[in-house]
Design a protein around this ligand. Sequence first.
Ligand code: IMP
Length: 423
Amino acid sequence: MPGIAIIGAQFGDEGKGKVTDFFAKDADIIVRYQGGNNAGHTVVVDSTMLKLHLLPSGVAHGKKVMIAAGVAIDPGVLEEEIKVVNKFKPVDLTIDPRAHIIFPYHILLDEAREGKKSKSKIGTTKRGIGPCYADRHSRIGIRFEDLVSPNLLKKRLHDIYPINKAILEKVFKWKVNVSESCIFSRFASLGKKFAKNLGDVSTLVYDALEAGKTVMFEGAQGTFLDVDFGTYPYVTSSHPISGGIATGVGLPTGKIGRIIGVVKAYTTRVGDGPFPAEIKGKEADLLRKKGNEFGTTTGRPRRVGWLDLPMLRTANRLNGFTELAVTKLDVLSGTKKLKLAVAYKIRGKNTDFFPYNAADAASAKPIYAELPGFEFSPDSLKSFDDLPKSAQDYLHFLEHDLKVPIKMISIGAERGQTILRGD
Ligand code: IMP
């Protein structure tokens, strides 16, 4: 099955970068289909660690990479990332002309909405993602096809800039320190640079799959940050679930093939919103420190919690995982007792799935199962059978519950610290 999707099963930051890196080396094309530079992943290029936010991580292997229509692009960020990666490997990038552009007024709007006095804070990355997608849906967005044509860009900006400026100044009393002409000259010059990268990603991906090539779809964020099926309104503004590939790339759903659900061995969340299996206090501080749970994009400390099966069952139902990759199992090594949320109590009733409404999600009380902890040294392990029995039991508990096989287990940050399982 030449289409491989890498999907976050929790709240993002599942360690998708390492899984993506593993599959990217054998892929012909790697595609980003949603989100923008709110994402963050660390890639190793020629033994140097690089933090990327927008470029698909396949660039680390010098592969052909594509940014599809569903991505919100800040072209200045993209320009910088390309400059850095080009020092190691030439970047072969195609951008879909339908992808929308993040402008400085989107970032200002994000900051204004998340400001100190705001009553409806989400805890966003303040990269302008929400406002950019909002303009797309209000049909006042500016797309890559406009960016590369100075006349179109000038006209669109002239219509749209005053709308966003008025909202910022009149509604939010926010200072707009960037003029229309400044934006035009900066973005027109970016457009000129990127004109050679334009291509119909939807058609290119379809044709590549038809020709038997391997295409990897690199998800950003995670299932419970999906704008419709996540913990609304504490979500991002795109569709990280597998269905987002069809609309984000412009591809029939049946073309995707393998859908790999990436599950961190515990749960983390950055930003506000419901988190039923959250742990607080000293135990949380320890796990956060051990797992280095601080955001790649904003550096914020991540909230941490136990593995949550109602969440993962729901993620499986939404995404149709064909296999699982479990990451950061090593972080749990040394923990005496491991808890797993196996159900929730909501308004006095037990439920096995994540609730669809915000009030229930906020009030869900987890019911826990307890399993003995384990301890191992990552470098001494080569196969699943080398793992301590209690670590195997922890993983079996998960895969038997979801009825989806775990095919990959990450036991450390290094590429080699990965256990693969056959059929
Ligand atoms: P936005 O995507 O910047 O609008 O942020 C909306 C919510 O999604 C916030 O809670 C962010 O912390 C969260 N978020 C966005 N991108 C990521 C990510 O890559 N990993 C984890 N959380 C994210």
